[in-house]
Design a protein around this ligand. Structure first.
Ligand code: GLN
Length: 314
């Protein structure tokens, strides 16, 4: 007797994200828009966008996928990638690569750990990376922007100067973190200059279409599919995805890995970007956050995405 393998129809990602969009949109009501800076507190909490870019480069979207938003800590992914591509493993002289288990702006571990941040995706770690970029690039803000524009294929991506200034005026914790690390000699440049990079990277704006596209290089093992350029070598790309899985959502990284099963990075602007190597990347934006500073509707949407599609990294 012969068994005929039934061919499995390909997943209709457009249909899938539209369904998930409608199922999860109302969840924004359960969260709170970040209000620690006035520029973010003004964002409409009802905005919700989802975008998927497949390995073949096809874009699918639902909701407010064209509305630019403040990517905030998602930018830590790009600054780290830029510094890692230049420095390779010597970057670990200045940073660790363990989950912190503490909130993104916590000071607590830095004292015990002699000014070495637990990972590049908490604020302390990103501030060290900003310090590294000042040494690596002649004009770090210019280099960072063109790097992100190339990855996203969108030369409209830009800094929002009002948000950057608002961050500076209210960034007391970030100043404290930078000065504290400087006392351990883990910040080399003047604190004002380092934080100017940090506040600007947080104030980068883009929409979910561009954000999903901008991590396609990790779907393609380190190569930007838009121009064939190597962004990271395969070993570096592997390590970055491991870091995203273990630390990308601060002290909610374990729960996100458990529920969703994709390497990801979040920000308090309400954005989350995630990916499945060789398959696709997905970005979401919904500004209402849970108490860990992560978007409630985006997490639920991504959990449904991996559940319904049967695709994750596990
Ligand atoms: N600008 C924010 C801060 O430094 C970024 C934090 C985040 O997105 N988690 O507090």
């Amino acid at each position: 007797m012969t068994h005929q393998l039934e061919s499995i129809p390909p997943i209709d990602y457009q249909q899938l994200i539209e369904t998930i969009y409608h199922e999860t949109k109302h969840l924004a009501q359960l969260g709170k828009v970040a209000d620690y800076i006035p520029a973010l507190a003004r964002v409409n909490p009802d905005l919700f966008g989802l975008s998927v870019v497949t390995q073949e480069g096809k874009l699918h979207y639902a909701g407010d996928h064209e509305v630019p938003f403040s990517i905030q800590s998602v930018s830590k992914l790009f600054t780290f990638t830029l510094a890692f591509s230049h420095l390779g493993s010597s970057i670990w002289n200045r940073l660790d690569r363990e989950p912190s288990g503490t909130s993104f702006n916590s000071l607590i571990q830095l004292e015990y750990e002699h000014g070495i941040p637990r990972n590049p995706f908490i604020n302390a770690g990103a501030i060290v990376v900003a310090d590294l970029l000042l040494d690596l690039c002649k004009d770090p803000l210019e280099s960072l922007l063109s790097f992100i524009q190339e990855l996203s294929g969108n030369n409209q991506v830009n800094y929002n100067e009002d948000v950057a200034e608002s961050e500076r005026l209210t960034g007391h914790r970030n100043f404290a973190l930078a000065h504290f690390m400087k006392s351990f000699r883990n910040i080399h440049n003047p604190v004002e200059k380092v934080l100017d990079i940090y506040f600007h990277q947080c104030a980068i704006e883009m929409n979910t279409d561009s954000l999903a596209q901008s991590v396609s290089f990790l779907v393609h093992n380190g190569i930007n599919p838009l121009n064939g350029k190597t962004v990271l070598n395969p070993s570096q790309a592997k390590r970055l995805k491991a870091l995203m899985l273990t630390t990308g959502l601060y002290n909610e990284s374990g729960d996100f890995a458990f529920r969703v099963g994709m390497p990801a990075k979040s920000g308090v602007g309400g954005g989350i970007v995630a990916l499945i190597p060789d398959v696709l990347s997905i970005a979401g934006f919904s500004p209402a956050l849970n108490e860990k500073g992560n978007s409630i509707a985006c997490i639920e949407a991504m959990e449904r995405f991996t559940t319904y599609s049967g695709k994750s990294i596990f």
